[in-house]
Design a protein around this ligand. Structure first.
Ligand code: ZN
Length: 121
């Protein structure tokens, strides 16, 4: 590296990266969208959006090293994946903590013909 630049770290999760940091992120990606689509950023007046590689809702930090530049459509896809992951995490955690109701067993008949009713809880 030619210059020793200190990494920008947001004061809070809501602190937006300043323009110079955004410019640095775009330059580091050679102006290409970070999602892997290979499309150049900011074409046809398209907005460049900044994404937390590890989403804040998933414990990611608001700092330069966790930011990348994406095209708007690519960012929308990433965000919905993050949200889906977040709700899956919550579901799994609840299950581990025993906060979900156990699945009801279906009723049926014993071999001798007496009925088995679903458990009452
Ligand atoms: Zn992309």
């Amino acid at each position: 590296m030619a210059r020793d630049v200190k990494e920008w770290i947001g004061k809070t999760d809501g602190t937006p990266a300043p323009a110079r940091v955004k410019a640095r992120i775009v330059a580091a990606q050679d102006g290409i969208c970070a999602c892997g689509c290979g499309v150049k950023l900011g074409q046809a007046g398209e907005r460049i959006e900044f994404d937390h590689t590890v989403a804040l809702i998933l414990g990611g930090e608001n700092r330069e090293g966790n930011l990348r530049a994406l095209r708007r459509p690519c960012h929308a896809v990433k965000t919905s994946e993050d949200v889906a992951q977040k709700s899956k995490d919550a579901r799994v955690r609840k299950k581990h903590l025993g906060l979900t109701r156990p699945k009801r067993r279906l009723g049926g008949k014993r071999f001798d013909g007496t009925p088995i009713f679903p458990r009452k809880d």
